[in-house]
Design a protein around this ligand. Structure first.
Ligand code: ACO
Length: 311
């Protein structure tokens, strides 16, 4: 039986208005949003590790400053997103605990290693590029705090994508060794980037409900196709190739056809068996333990001075 608050929820959705934290909402809608926003926040936080790996080895002061700013941006995105999830009635402590104990996921992409400096460029171009394609529609997501957080996040991701592209462009026009390093990075990051969009539509568990609830505005496969179509001409300008012998323009569909994604690899990464899964979680939990004294000090300050922050 439909309750009054559910019909108000349905009416807000039908009018394409935003659901706000104080609005009544079906528990399954709340649970889906907590799952997705938490996974998104965890991805931003874990995503600091692969690039953070190159902070001390950036090839110039300029590249180091850019990378430092970008990694800090990712931390900021994580914090916005945890704050958006908290409006649904879950605490930051619970969310972090779910990450650390493997009860919530983070994006598959951050379980791959950054072997050379060119990986930083490939992550900017491909990983942040895929993130933008996936996240721009989320600025129109039905849940207000998530949609609003995505506006600023997408603006910053756009800068990240361009810095990665520019870095790869420089390498691709450098020495033979630099060009080969850029090509090797693209070869390794291309397929995992396509997996970021999630499983094929036919096996996506949450897509149909998330689409009804206007959390998702496009399917996993639609966004993946959009990403491929954007990347092919960009790769041509870079003078690099994408590692897919089946990639070709299809006159009938008006899109690029692409080869079969290795879904067994995707599943293995989701099951915890990617190249870096264990290392990522170990580093994260260690960082959390190392930060215990900061949380203790903040709690002691709050106990002494109440809620009012220092001037
Ligand atoms: N990595 C890890 N898990 C994934 C991925 C991925 N790339 N894609 C799908 N999954 C998981 C889902 O969480 C779900 O798992 P669960 O049922 O155990 O929770 C399962 O695979 C089935 O997938 P779907 O039913 O298609 O899941 P969903 O409808 O949530 O769609 C998607 C997945 C497209 C990733 C969606 O959650 C989304 O848009 N999230 C927001 C964007 C985001 O999280 N980006 C993070 C990386 S970007 C960055 O940080 C730079």
């Amino acid at each position: 039986m439909t309750t009054i608050s559910e019909s108000r929820f349905d009416a807000l959705l039908a009018a394409d208005e935003r659901i706000e934290p104080r609005d009544e909402m079906p528990e399954a809608y709340r649970a889906t949003l907590i799952r997705q926003i938490a996974q998104h926040a965890h991805s931003e936080i874990i995503g600091m590790q692969p690039e953070g790996n190159w902070l001390t080895r950036a090839p110039s002061l300029r590249r180091k400053a850019i990378l430092l700013a970008k990694v800090q941006d990712e931390a900021g995105h994580g914090l916005y997103l945890y704050a958006a999830a908290e409006t649904l009635g879950v605490s930051r402590t619970e969310l972090l605990d779910a990450l650390h104990t493997g009860r919530q996921r983070y994006s598959s992409i951050f379980n791959y290693p950054t072997l050379t400096w060119a990986d930083v460029g490939a992550i900017g171009w491909l990983v942040d590029g895929a993130a933008i394609v996936n996240q721009i529609p989320l600025t129109r997501c039905s849940f207000g705090p998530y949609a609003r957080a995505m506006v600023r996040i997408c603006q910053e991701e756009s800068f990240h994508q361009r810095q990665g592209y520019e870095s790869l462009h420089t390498l691709a026009r450098g020495t033979e060794g630099q060009r080969a390093m850029a090509q090797d990075a693209v070869d390794r990051w291309w397929w995992p980037s396509l997996m970021m969009f999630g499983p094929p539509d036919a096996t996506s568990t949450h897509s149909s409900r998330s689409t009804e609830w206007k959390i998702k505005r496009h399917s996993n496969d639609e966004l993946r196709q959009r990403f491929v179509d954007l990347c092919v001409p960009q790769a041509e300008i870079l003078g690099l190739t994408l590692p897919d012998a089946d990639l070709r323009w299809n006159e009938q569909t008006g899109h690029y056809d692409y080869g079969e994604i290795d879904w067994a690899e995707f599943k293995a990464v989701l099951d915890g068996d990617g190249p870096c899964n264990r290392q990522r979680i170990e580093r994260r939990t260690q960082a959390h333990r190392d930060g215990q004294w900061v949380r203790d000090a903040a709690a002691a300050y709050q106990a002494k001075h109440g809620q009012t922050p220092a001037a």
